[in-house]
Design a protein around this ligand. Structure first.
Ligand code: HEC
Length: 201
């Protein structure tokens, strides 16, 4: 059995390797530049183009489409309709971008795949600041329909870390939350990262 000091030292050697995996992917860094080029023309808050109700520039609006009922289902390519329409046959009616436009490269598609598989976060969870005790408490609901009131603190892997009313930190699997609460997790991450909603005219 390791002495506590030894354990601590062993951890500090391991953490830098695992806390910042080189394959981490987030929308803002890896996907937004691709979508700006290929999708904003028809899906942009700023350009007042909201085909199918989808925009890819305003992250707070895009968050509404991330989760089990959204266009992007984190960790699940098969259920992600957005992934389907960029990988289906160019001749398919709902193929994106439309066949008359420049198409995504295989590398672009691979990046979208990696992003969805790694949790479909809009910004890098590691870049978000933990604000004091966390954000103001709000209600969260899980798929068993249990409701808790807790503060969003941060994202840790595939879990959201809540602060409970008594002060304890409680990591909880994001996938076990309802669709609406999952959207709220993605929005809370944007707030923690200082991402403001775009001004809509
Ligand atoms: C030239 C305009 C245009 C461009 C560029 C474009 N889209 Fe679309 N998109 C549309 C239209 C129009 C619809 C609605 C299509 C429909 O309902 O049949 C749509 C619908 C969608 C849908 C919903 C599909 C469905 O079956 O309801 C998704 C997801 C989507 N687009 C993603 C993208 C992505 C990702 C890109 C860029 C890689 C993109 N679009 C580029 C015009 C465009």
């Amino acid at each position: 059995m390791l002495a506590p000091v030894m354990q601590h030292r062993a951890l500090s050697i391991l953490l830098p390797v695992f806390a910042l995996p080189a394959f981490a992917s987030d929308y803002k860094k890896d996907i937004q530049p691709i979508f700006k080029k290929h999708c904003y023309e028809c899906h942009s808050e700023e350009r007042n183009k909201r085909k199918a109700g989808l925009v890819f520039d305003d992250l707070h609006t895009l968050a509404n489409d991330i989760g089990p009922n959204g266009q992007v289902v984190p960790g699940n390519l098969e259920d992600s309709h957005l992934y389907e329409v960029i990988t289906n046959d160019t001749g398919a009616k709902n193929h994106m971008p439309p066949s008359s436009k420049a198409q995504l490269s295989n590398g672009d598609i691979k990046k979208v795949e990696t992003w969805i598989k790694s949790g479909a976060f809009l910004v890098n969870p590691a870049s978000a600041k933990v604000q004091g005790l966390g954000q103001p408490p709000r209600k969260w609901r899980n798929k068993e329909n249990k409701e808790i009131e807790a503060s969003f603190v941060k994202i840790d892997g595939d879990k959201v870390v809540f602060r409970m009313p008594g002060g304890a930190l409680a990591p909880y699997p994001i996938a076990n939350l309802t669709a609406d609460s999952q959207i709220q997790v993605h929005k809370a991450l944007l707030v923690a990262a200082g991402e403001k909603p775009m001004d809509t005219k």
